[in-house]
Design a protein around this ligand. Structure first.
Ligand SMILES: [Zn+2]
Length: 231
């Protein structure tokens, strides 16, 4: 056998060996200081960037390690944002953002019961999230206020995660909770049967909802973020 042929066979064997090794051997979780292998960690699509626990955290919070703001931390910002919006309803950028949220609500298609969401694509579940807000008659001003609250708390927090994805997920979680699930009740008294189904608040659905809201309020934030009240 010629040297050239031997080299060719060796290369072939090496490629074959690599192909049969699990891919997790080749990649580590991208979080600095995490030595776990990266793997598909969520049932919401394949996230090969992080280990299971960091992928799961990322799906829920919009960051592999930064925790979501607590409801009581962000509540005063939501109140202040809503008051500011009410006082500035006639502002061009406020009315533009509100109109765009109204369009999102109107264009979201028919209402889908929470227990029928399983198996729908993330994009379809995101539309259903907007349709739920419409059905619950949530004031579009409150939806805009949720985004502004996230911008304001990020502005005031020196440790904040400033990536768009984190803000999108934080805002989407807030509006997700405004219209909560499907509730049914049969019968009366102690024998009554109740069904409560809450749509999951994680994964790509939150990204789709957050991205759409981000676009709707983008101009308002660009022009007025510095004028929004301090807490
Ligand atoms: Zn990790």
């Amino acid at each position: 056998m010629t040297a050239k042929l031997i080299r060719k066979r060796e290369r072939k064997a090496e490629v074959k060996a690599r192909a049969t090794e699990p891919s997790a051997m080749f990649t580590r979780c991208r979080v600095v200081g995490c030595s776990k292998p990266a793997r598909a960690g969520t049932g919401d699509g394949l996230d090969t960037r992080f280990c299971r626990s960091h992928a799961d955290h990322n799906a829920r919070h919009g960051s592999p390690y930064q925790a979501s703001y607590r409801a009581r931390e962000i509540a005063p910002y939501r109140v202040a944002a809503l008051a500011w919006l009410e006082a500035n309803r006639s502002d061009t950028y406020v009315s533009n953002a509100v109109d765009r949220v109204v369009t999102l609500l109107r264009a979201s298609g028919p209402h889908v019961e929470a227990f029928r969401l399983r198996g729908l694509a993330p994009q379809e579940r995101a539309r259903a999230a907007w349709a739920r807000l419409r059905k619950a008659r949530i004031d579009p001003l409150r939806v805009v206020a949720a985004w502004l609250a996230v911008e304001m708390i990020t502005r005031d927090d020196p440790q904040a995660e400033r990536k768009a994805e984190f803000k999108q997920v934080q805002a989407a979680k807030l509006i997700h909770r405004m219209a909560s699930g499907t509730h049914k009740r049969w019968g009366e008294g102690p024998t009554a049967t109740e069904l409560h189904v809450y749509p999951r608040s994680r994964g790509r659905v939150l990204r789709h909802v957050g991205e759409a809201l981000n676009e709707a309020v983008e101009l308002l934030v660009q022009h007025h973020l510095q004028r929004l009240p301090q807490i």
